[in-house]
Design a protein around this ligand. Sequence first.
Ligand SMILES: *Cc1c(COP(=O)(O)O)cnc(C)c1O
Length: 361
Amino acid sequence: MKYGRVYNFSAGPAMMPEEVLEDIAAEVLNYRGSGMSVMEMSHRSQVFQEILDTAEADLRKLMGIPENYKVLFVQGGGTVQFAMVPMNLMKNGAACYIETGVWSKKALAEAKRYGEVLVPASSADRQFSYIPDCSSLEIPENADYVYLCENETINGITWPALPDTKGKPLVSDQSSMFLSRPCDVNHYGLIWAGVQKNVGPAGMSVVIIREDLLRDDLPQFVPTYMCYKTHADNGSLYNTPNSWAIYCCGKVFRYLLDNGGLKAQAKRNEEKAAVLYDFLDGSSFFRATAEKDSRSLMNVRFVTPSMEEDAAVIAAAKAAGFENLKGHKSAGGLRASIYNAMPKAGVEALTDFLRKYEKQR
Ligand SMILES: *Cc1c(COP(=O)(O)O)cnc(C)c1O
């Protein structure tokens, strides 16, 4: 690959489109005649305001975000959102969390600090290898929202269809599948995504929140910065934002628009994932761990017959230039994260490598 770059299968931070990186590199010393880089620029300047406004407008266009939703760029990773969601949305002090893996478990553990957490469905019984049936959940009247992790990055499962929340606002952690396919925002009360998985550099989340969920009456203990309304009222400029991340994400939003939007991206993602899953399904050495109807198109988790063999494959793959195939420490095995920016050629090269490995062992 160009510039000596490698196929990087990291779960996050992860690959960004090469064209976007080139564009950023070209502007890094002098952003469009401003005489300075984005990193050096006042966030109150007109030139930065344009970067921010364009990023938001492009994201709105890309996802078709309705007028009655706010788009917020909030500092901190996903972990900050685990706290912000219950702090802002628990009015009655109760919420339902669907338990499907590490990230939903972390979210529900954090929510327990602020109120009662009910778990109406879980896939813990089969090592979080599937999405449980959520067509008729038991949701108590006082629950403020229903929360799910739409793509579990570590065990590699994704929701084939959204649950029936019985009219309660749906809150979704889309971190590892954000912008990977079309999304009807109307189905959600709140969508949030840490951007370092599928969009840009670490340290920021995009929050898309329905306006009626913004509150003025939050408990006194909620820090000003942690109120969604603070960010909504100040156009994501309450304090110095993560201007660099906003700029880079804006570039990626524009890149996706220029390349056919989310429908075209979804098609590319489906084709890419099929290359790897088809191989795994035909292999007698490797095995995909997610059940078929819940398979993630972004994080493909697979195993060999033993932990020793897993480690040997990971080492051989690294030597051949395929980086970051080691599964998360909590799950083991192998994981190929093939986000939007991973080219199909990268998945094909990895699949060829695995095929040869299996033959030659
Ligand atoms: C990575 C990840 C997070 C946590 O993000 P941080 O930025 O590390 O806090 C949360 N949810 C999902 C689904 C993730 O993949």
